[in-house]
Each structure stands twice: as C-alpha cells, then as structure tokens.
Design a protein around this ligand. Structure first.
Ligand code: KG4
Ligand code: ZN
Length: 352
C-alpha cells in the first residue's frame, strides 16, 4: 500500500527553465528551485533549442542539490522521482528525463512521468486547500493556450486550444516588434501600466460563435502593421515603412496597453463561453501568462461574480517549475501508477 503522504522529488527542463522541487503530500512545497536561462536567449528574442539543452546539462546537478538541501531531506527519504516528460523541446526534456531515470534506478525508487500542461493546471493546488471538481482549466503559456474540463487532477478533457500562436508567444513577438526585450510577457505587462489601452484598436479574435479555440496571429500581425507600417518590396528587398526605433516610451506603452487589452479580452471571451456550457465549481489557471496583472484582475472579477473557487497560483508556480510536477505526481503515486525506465520524452502533450 503506497504511503498516502508521499515525499516526491520533481524535475523539469521542458523549455528554458531548469527546475527541481520537493513536495510532500502533493501540496506542501518543501523546496522549489528554478534556474532561468532568459539571459542566454535574450539576444535571439526567443528560446534557441541547442543553447537551452546545453544550459540544462550544466545546471541540472546544482539545481537538484539545492532543491534537496533546501527541503532538508535525504535521497533515502524520497518516495518517488517525478519528471515532466512531455510536451516541450526534445533536447531540453531529455536532460530532466535522463536525470530522473538515473536517480530512480540508482535509489531504487519509483519513476513517474508527468504531462507539463496538466501540471500547470495543478499549480493552484500547491500550498492550498483541495479543489472541488469539476473545474474549468485554462493553461496560458509560451507554448500553449488551452481550455479544459477538469474532472480530477489526472482526468482532463480538452475543450479548445490555439489554432496558431500561443498567447505567451504572441506577447513575446509583440515585445520583439516593439523592441523592448525578452521575455516579452513581463515587459509588455510592465510598460502597459503607463499606456493608454484605447490608443489603438487591435482585434479581439472570437472565431465561430461556438468555438472554444483561440487565435492570436491576427492580433500579432495587426500590431506589426500598426507599429511598422506597410510591408514593401519582395524577396531580399522585403521591408517595412519604419521600425519601432522611432517610437517614444509613451508610444510604446500605448501599443503595449492596447495589445494587452485585446489579448486578455480574447482569453476572457472563451472562458465566458465555456462557463455558459459547463457547470463547474472551480476555475484553475496556470502557465506563464497567468502571471499577467490584467488577466489576474479580470479573472478575479469573474470568479467573484460567478462565485467560482478561482485558483490563481502564486507567481513562482505560474511560470515553469518543478513543484507542480512533484505535486501532480502524488496522485499517480497513490494510485500506484508508475513508469519504468523506458519512459520517453515527447514533444507532444497527452492532453490534446
Ligand atoms: O509557462 P511558461 O513559464 O513556459 C512555457 O511553458 O511556455 O510561460 C512562459 C511565457 C512566456 O511567453 C512569457 O512571455 C509569458 O509566459 N509571461 C507573461 C508574463 N510573465 C510571463 N505573459 C504576460 N504577462 C506576464 N506578466
Ligand atoms: Zn509551461
């Protein structure tokens, strides 16, 4: 009979964060160590897979040591090793998956593979009371923008997802268009505070009246044309009328605020549509964009209005982290659902 209060080490390296965490009973976070690589990818305005996997290799052992030391547990105290094995960049995923397998094998502990997208939906359960189900789940990150009906932490049904860019990707591209640096989400969020959200009328994608899918490429292109003017020339001669270098700080802030208003409106529209169709007790939110101040404010207002138990994770659990991996793994541990050493890394989520 598995221990109902397992102590689990989680490991995560699916994109550009190397992370390890120790979580007790699926909710008590004993440590949560995250090493970001933003400085390494900034000059490319996006994650470069080869650079990311090499950096994970360099960081994984120090991150693991820090997580164990901060948690004040010994490897022999662990009940299982959990790892985010999908989805993500394959070269990045392999670093955490290999480390987890090596630890599980050498310590003789069970190995548990966890879907990163599903783990984002679990972030609001960390350091919190148990969630009431069914719940509506929203994952908004650099790689995903999806809505789910969540029957239990390990049982989710996809309701809709982006048909083009993820909302975080649109934020990162918008920041590149405005030449304000990487990662774009926090930078746009920050300068939008001093901008006029009504300065530019940017499109809010609704898609078909019954669609719960998302689309952000139209918004990104509308911003591109508004900032840079008409595309001109062809082939090697292709260029725009202007670039963002001529914009003042105030003009950039106005574009950022107008972009943020439209991006958040598109997300909220689909949540309201989903709530019309599904009676739920709770609203679970996760992924890097759930750190966004405007989205958090609008979700809070909606949660209050509809009397939903809104689970907006603390910022350190919104962004990629391993506590959500170790936390979600407790359910699989209790159910005796273990993986063996053939566990594979995969670029695809199990939730779609
Ligand atoms: O979940 P995450 O850490 O990694 C993925 O799984 O993709 O999300 C990263 C994304 C990036 O696109 C980043 O720009 C965005 O989350 N992000 C934000 C904010 N903080 C991070 N987007 C909008 N507002 C923020 N405050
Ligand atoms: Zn993520």
């Amino acid at each position: 009979m598995p221990d109902p209060s397992p102590v689990i080490l989680g490991i995560e390296s699916s994109c550009d964060e190397t992370a390890a965490a120790v979580v007790g009973s699926g909710r008590r976070v004993l440590s949560n160590v995250i090493a970001t690589q933003h400085d390494l990818h900034e000059e490319y305005a996006g994650v470069v897979p080869e650079i990311a996997s090499r950096a994970h290799l360099e960081r994984i052992l120090p991150v693991l040591r820090d997580a164990m030391r901060e948690a004040e547990v010994d490897y022999s105290d662990l009940d299982a090793i959990a790892v985010g094995n999908r989805p993500g960049l394959i070269g990045s995923l392999l670093v955490a998956v290999s480390a987890a397998k090596a630890l599980a094998w050498s310590l003789g502990k069970p190995l548990i593979g966890i879907d990163h997208v599903q783990a984002h939906l679990y972030a609001g359960s960390l350091e919190a009371l148990p969630v009431e189900y069914p719940a509506l789940g929203l994952v908004v990150s650099g790689g995903h923008t999806s809505l789910f009906l969540v029957h239990s932490p390990l049982d989710v049904t996809l309701l809709g997802r982006t048909i083009d860019d993820a909302v975080g990707e649109a934020y990162d591209k918008a920041a590149a268009i405005l030449e304000i640096g990487y990662p774009g989400g926090p930078r746009i969020d920050c300068i939008a505070q001093v901008g006029d959200e009504n300065a530019h009328d940017l499109p809010v994608s609704a898609l078909d009246p019954d669609s719960l899918d998302f689309s952000f490429s139209g918004l990104k292109t509308a911003l591109l044309y508004a900032v840079r003017g008409k595309p001109m020339g062809r082939g090697a001669d292709a260029h725009f009328e202007r670039d963002a270098s001529g914009l003042s700080r105030k003009e950039k802030a106005d574009f950022a605020a107008s972009f943020q208003k439209a991006a958040v409106a598109a997300v909220m529209l689909k949540i309201r549509r989903a709530l019309k169709r599904h009676a739920v007790e709770s609203l679970l939110v996760g992924g890097g964009v759930s750190a966004n101040s405007r989205l958090r404010q609008e979700l809070t207002e909606l949660g209050d209005l509809r009397q939903l138990d809104l689970r907006l994770p603390a910022i350190e659990y919104c962004l990629d982290n391993a506590a959500m991996i170790a936390g979600l793994a407790a359910g699989r541990y209790r159910a005796g659902q273990f993986d063996d050493l053939t566990l594979a890394a995969s670029p695809r989520t199990a939730t779609a």
